[in-house]
Design a protein around this ligand. Structure first.
Ligand code: DGP
Length: 231
């Protein structure tokens, strides 16, 4: 990688049972294989929610229905869980490491807006997070996802929830394209595991050598000047 380039930030999003975590692992391996193995690993895989932190443990208890929380409170915890890793993400990118994230801010908006919280309210705590250079949305209908079986017992693992979530994801994808906020690519996740992996790789390969230009921040341009303290 040329020294003027930074690492790429790649996010994988999708409904539960879309094959997201499997594909994130496969992509992680392939990215590692494409690097020079003699040097330090130049790709890291992060998973959100990160259930290992103190905030992540509260999220985990909530998802397993071991605790109840106000919809807004849990929304802010999910967001805080991303913020606690924001400086780690930017540090990796700055040193040329590719960062791959299994879920990100878009899940945050989709799962909470589905509950009826206002879209803009859901988006606000995510403003300013490191912005992905590429978001890969594993597109699958909630019916096909349910037919794959394997829903666990966690809070959102039900077809009617996933239908609502999918609806918001569609809105987010459209808005991302309209606003030119990083690249959003829909991938047909109904295909075989190998075919999906190939499609993902096609989208990711151009970023393997790194990215030119500074790390941008999500939806930062939507901040009004007085919020930023400007004139
Ligand atoms: P996963 O570990 O990827 O299966 O995610 C656990 C569950 O949490 C899954 O049903 C999706 C949901 N989820 C992931 N991120 C967020 C978020 O930011 N906000 C909310 N409300 N739910 C999320």
């Amino acid at each position: 990688m040329s020294s003027s380039k930074r690492g790429a930030f790649i996010v994988i999003e999708g409904l539960d049972r879309s094959g997201k975590s499997t594909q994130a692992s496969l992509l992680h391996e392939r990215l590692q294989d494409s690097q020079d193995v003699a040097t330090t690993p130049k790709v890291v895989l992060l998973k959100f929610p990160d259930r290992t932190t103190a905030i992540g443990k509260m999220i985990d208890a909530y998802l397993r229905s071991e605790s109840e929380l106000d919809d807004r409170a849990i929304h802010l915890l999910f967001s805080a869980n991303r913020w606690e890793l924001a400086s780690t993400i930017t540090a990796h990118l700055a040193e040329g490491t590719t960062v791959l994230a299994d879920r990100y801010a878009f899940s945050g908006i989709a799962f909470s807006a589905r509950k009826g919280l206002p879209y803009e309210w859901c988006r606000t705590p995510e403003i300013g997070l490191p912005a992905p250079d590429l978001t890969l949305f594993l597109n699958i209908s909630p019916e096909v996802a349910a037919a794959r079986g394997g829903y666990g017992l966690e809070r959102y693992e039900r077809e009617e929830v996933q239908k609502g979530v999918r609806h918001v994801f569609d809105k987010i994808g459209q808005a991302m394209q309209d606003e030119g906020e990083g690249k959003w690519v829909g991938i047909d996740a109904g295909k075989t595991k190998e075919e999906v992996a190939e499609e993902l790789w096609k989208a990711v390969e151009p970023l393997v050598g790194g990215v030119q230009g500074p790390i941008s921040r999500l939806w930062e341009t939507t901040l009004t000047p007085d919020v930023q303290g400007g004139s």
